[in-house]
Design a protein around this ligand. Structure first.
Ligand code: FA5
Length: 344
């Protein structure tokens, strides 16, 4: 039995040494040390050994077991290390190779223009308000002094969802919503940018969906001259040049008096050109003093407070500022057009 054990010791040592993979090593561990392994099967013959020899053989078997375990463990860590080295070599990253470019999107020019407008008004102490695009007939029309059947409703052909709910045709419904939220506090000094919808036929200067920026100021003693001063300062900052303004009489049911504001043509400086149709003037927005009835609907005493409001179209402002001749460029997503505004 002693000889068989010694032979096993030698055989195991050399096959463990020769193992080339962790898989092979696992098989060897089972072969020599497993429950049905060779060492166990030799030890089964212990009963045939003379009793006085048994402790000696037992001691030898234990020694061989520990030696095998040690050899197996050492070989295992050698093989693991070699496997890791091989993997690292295989997966080496060449940091000098050029990386893959992730294409970066850019802000849409209309959004960029809205942000420019917001920054200018925030600089003049305005807050930015929001309102829903799906609006009630009340806020879109009635609260703005446009009762049902009022002929001026035809000025804004609407998309109705139900008889009382529509897609807002302008950002003006935010006027009464804001006044209600302010609960009679002054000053009210907000702008509200957002999408609006009208059943207009699309052409070079009209779209059925476009954006507007509304403005509203309410306080004691507000007059047309504040309106004129703030809007002139805005236009000069927006176009980055000195401008002339003029107010032309107009009509909106929610302002009285109502005006349209022209600026001297940003293309020709007022001399007359194709863009200003040789007039030297370009219309940029509608405005006026808030109608007393609208103030009352917002919860403000029209005897005590006055205000002005205005509404402009960022698409048309962008067209003037960047010399774009067709509003549809903003919506057709031609990347050659959009990429020109990367730096905005
Ligand atoms: C209004 O919508 C008023 N709510 C503006 C206002 C607010 C007046 C507060 C007084 C006080 P108007 O319909 O003119 O007004 O539209 C305002 C601006 O929206 C226009 O100057 C124009 O720039 C833009 N706009 C109007 N219709 C279209 C359209 N179909 N496509 C693109 N822009 C448009």
């Amino acid at each position: 039995m002693r000889d068989r054990l010694e032979a096993l010791r030698e055989e195991a040592a050399s096959s463990i040494q020769a193992a080339e993979s962790l898989e092979q090593l696992k098989e060897l561990r089972i072969k020599y040390l497993g429950k049905k392994g060779e060492l166990t099967s030799i030890l089964r013959g212990m009963k045939d050994v003379a009793p006085e020899e048994r402790p000696v053989i037992g001691g030898l078997a234990n020694e061989i077991r520990s030696a095998m375990e040690k050899q197996l463990d050492e070989k295992e860590s050698d093989l693991q290390e070699a496997a890791l080295k091989a993997r690292l070599k295989e997966e080496t990253i060449d940091v000098t190779l050029p990386g893959k470019q992730a294409p970066l999107g850019t802000i849409h020019p209309i959004q960029a223009v809205i942000e420019q407008i917001e920054d200018i008004f925030i600089g003049m102490g305005f807050e930015v308000a929001e309102g829903p695009e799906v609006e009630s007939d009340y806020y879109n029309f009635e609260a703005l002094n446009l009762p049902k059947e009022h002929p001026a409703r035809d000025m804004q052909d609407s998309f109705y969802i139900t008889p009382e709910i529509l897609l807002r045709t302008h950002t003006s419904p935010v006027q009464v919503r804001t006044m209600e939220a302010k609960e009679g506090q002054v000053p009210v000094k907000i702008i509200c940018p957002g999408k609006v919808y009208r059943r207009d036929d699309d052409d070079a200067t009209h779209s059925h969906q476009f954006t507007q920026v509304e403005g509203l100021v309410v306080d004691r003693g507000i007059s047309m001259s504040e309106l004129n001063g703030i809007l002139l300062s805005f236009a000069e900052q927006f176009f980055g040049m000195e401008l002339e303004t003029r107010l032309r009489p107009s009509y909106f049911p929610f302002t009285e008096p109502s005006v349209e504001m022209d600026i001297s043509c940003v293309m020709c400086g007022g001399k007359g050109c194709r863009v200003c149709k040789q007039t030297g003037w370009i219309e940029i927005l509608g405005a006026g003093m808030v109608h007393p009835r609208v103030l009352e609907h917002g919860g403000y005493n029209a005897e005590r407070y006055t205000g002005f409001a205005f509404g402009m179209g960022p698409e048309r402002m962008a067209m003037l500022k960047y010399g774009i001749d067709d509003i549809r460029h903003f919506y057709t997503n031609d990347l050659r057009f959009l990429r020109q505004f990367k730096t905005l």
